[in-house]
Design a protein around this ligand. Structure first.
Ligand SMILES: Nc1ncnc2c1ncn2[C@@H]1O[C@H](COP(=O)(O)OP(=O)(O)OP(=O)(O)O)[C@@H](O)[C@H]1O
Length: 615
């Protein structure tokens, strides 16, 4: 069996917080509930004292009996019963309070995690892969939750019991109290051996789990591509490699446990043996009474349970802290707004100045010095062949990414320097990927504006032509998503567009946002949107010619540069790429004869994409 810890962090994953940072986070969380924590500790302390008194009373009874003093037995027996009642009552109350405390801390941690995950910059999530974030939320958050819900109360109780029982042993007999310490050297050695290896071992196990999630997710998402290019063996190989990594990591932690726990069982027998041996010798010597030896022996057994509990939790605490390192790691990648500018955009003017950009995964620039100014309220259509850099441009304008060189500004302020909330308020990027959450229509809409009234929600739906929404059986409260009411792509897109209206940004970037709609629906939605978007700056990445035709200006992007810029008529007069494209499209339409002409008259248009790719 391997005894080498697997690699701790995989490249490209979200950060993992170091031990001091995790400790600080843990203390911060605890301090947020300090009053409840104090009540829980006090209740458990009383229970532990009452539990330690019982063996002392038992020893006393034994000594009185051997001395023939039967008169005191009744009083001692009453005391014994009282201590047992106190133990039961205070343990119950302490457990109740500490579990409630644990639940509250666990809930607080979950809320904090979701909050931070939502503040992760998009490039960070993309680079890390969604599997990593998913594993952190679905495996690490519950793992750390166990630490707060069960670990913290049980460890606190156990530590209190060890301290109180040890004190009781010293009260009974300092000499026998010292016997307890024979357990310390083997425990220290064993625990140090384990702890030194466990953190990295469990971190590696978690990371391997994330990698499995990523690989399987990628294989499932790309199933068609896998079939089409006969990549099945390669994908199987990638899956096998991540499973093997996980297997090695899990085997390593199993090895650690299979050495540590049997070792502990052996160590526990030592103090009882020492107490009986030393106590027996001094009893025959006459220096220690039989009752004292009996009380010390009972306390030695009693003290082993909480020690065992603590050590049992060492493993889970390791797991919990490893999970917390990954949860806290998200905070390190979060967009905290530190260093954000206090300047605010004066209007919705978009300015790109000599912007160059390369994706982190490739050294090659995909934008080569783009300079473009879009006055507030103007509508710019961006057209160009696939891979020209249109979506990259959109990401830079939205502040999701920062130019490698040059500047992307809104209303005179660097957009990426704006605090996240402000940026989200000012600029909205709508892509063709729309998510409908399994929740009511209302919940799906108020994501964009938490305090929107029903009238505002209905107005937004009407503006994007989502008439189907008014026929829903429970109106805005109708549950969407899931199997019962799965929305088609067009309706999902309308919800996304209605969210823009509610969010009310200065700048809207439509990245092929109406691509999923059939041509007539797209045109209807875009017409409706045009009215709603009036007054805002709109950057529409277009693959349908009518979108470009209707815009105030058109930028033709080619190979990461703005090749042409002007309105429809100017670009036709320029007789460049756009004009060629327009002619190709017209010719295409004419070639279709009366049917094509009829379709154009009725407002239906052909996809831009095919012609666009020819640019
Ligand atoms: N996440 C990424 N990592 C690395 N390279 C990328 C990434 N996204 C895009 N690229 C590359 O950047 C270049 C510009 O891509 P971009 O998506 O901006 O083009 P586009 O004009 O929007 O294309 P399309 O119309 O097909 O969406 C392409 O060469 C593409 O391969």
């Amino acid at each position: 069996m391997s005894t080498t810890a697997p690699e701790r962090t995989a490249a490209g994953q979200l950060p993992v917080a170091d031990t001091p940072a995790v400790r600080r986070a843990f203390v911060r969380l605890l301090l947020s509930e300090k009053r409840r924590a104090a009540v829980a500790v006090s209740l458990h302390l009383v229970a532990a004292v009452a539990a330690a008194v019982a063996p002392l009373l038992l020893g006393e009874m034994l000594d009185r009996l051997t001395a023939g003093d039967a008169g005191a037995i009744d009083r001692l027996a009453l005391g014994l019963v009282a201590s047992i009642v106190l133990v039961v009552a205070f343990t119950w109350a302490g457990t109740f309070v500490s579990h409630r405390l644990g639940e509250r801390l666990s809930a607080r941690m979950r809320v904090q995690f979701v909050d931070r995950a939502l503040k992760l910059p998009m490039p960070v999530v993309e680079q890390a892969g969604s599997g990593d974030l998913m594993t952190r939320s679905s495996a690490d958050v519950p793992e750390a939750g166990v630490l707060f819900r069960d670990g913290l109360p049980q460890i606190t109780v156990s530590v209190l019991k060890v301290v109180v029982f040890l004190a009781a042993m010293f009260i009974a007999s300092p000499l026998l109290g010292l016997c307890m310490f024979v357990v310390v050297p083997p425990l220290v050695v064993g625990t140090r051996w384990y702890l030194k290896r466990a953190r990295n071992g469990y971190l590696a196990e978690r990371e391997a789990e994330s990698a499995i999630g990523d690989t399987i997710g990628a294989s499932a998402d790309g199933a068609r591509t896998t079939e089409a290019y006969r990549l099945r063996e390669a994908r199987d190989g990638a899956g096998d490699a991540t499973v093997s990594r996980h297997w090695a990591a899990a085997r390593y932690t199993l090895f650690l446990r299979s050495v540590f726990f049997p070792f502990l069982d052996g160590a526990y027998a030592l103090p009882t043996a020492a107490v009986l041996l030393v106590g027996g010798a001094f009893y025959f010597d006459g220096t220690i009474t039989l009752g004292t030896v009996a009380a010390a022996a009972v306390l030695t057994r009693q003290i082993m349970f909480p020690i065992d509990h603590i050590l049992m939790w060492v493993e889970k605490v390791q797991r919990g802290f490893a999970a917390m390192s990954r949860i806290e790691g998200v905070a390190e990648a979060e967009d905290t707004g530190d260093g954000a500018t206090s300047e605010r955009p004066v209007d919705g003017t978009v300015d790109l100045t000599d912007v160059r950009y390369a994706y982190p995964t490739s050294p090659r620039d995909v934008l080569h010095g783009v300079t473009l100014s879009v006055p507030a309220g103007q509508r710019l259509a961006v057209v160009g062949p696939s891979g020209a850099g249109k979506s990259t441009l959109a990401r830079l304008i939205s502040g999701s990414d920062v130019p490698r060189e040059g500047r992307a500004a809104i209303g005179g302020v660097d957009v990426a320097a704006l605090p996240l909330d402000e940026r989200r308020k000012r600029v909205t990027l709508v892509t063709q990927e729309h998510h409908v959450f399994t929740a009511s229509l209302r919940d799906n809409l108020i994501l964009a504006k938490a305090d929107a009234t029903d009238a505002a929600l209905n107005a937004a739906l009407a503006a994007v032509g989502a008439d189907w929404a008014f026929d829903l059986p429970e109106g805005l409260d109708t549950p969407l998503g899931g199997k019962e009411r799965e929305l088609d792509a067009a309706s999902a897109q309308q919800i996304a567009l209605a969210r823009i209206i509610l969010a009310d940004p200065d700048v809207v970037i439509l990245d092929e946002a109406t691509a999923m709609l059939d041509p007539r629906a797209a045109r209807d939605t875009e017409r409706a949107l045009a009215a709603v978007l009036e007054g805002r700056t709109v950057i529409a990445i277009a693959h349908r010619l009518h979108t470009a035709h209707d815009a105030d200006r058109i930028a033709v992007v080619e190979d990461g540069r703005v090749a042409e810029l002007g309105n429809h008529d100017e670009l036709i007069a320029l007789d460049g790429h756009y004009a060629a494209l327009w002619r190709a499209w017209h010719g295409d339409e004419a070639d279709r004869g009366p049917q094509g002409a009829q379709r154009r008259r009725s407002g239906e248009q052909d996809e831009f994409a095919t012609a666009g790719n020819a640019l």
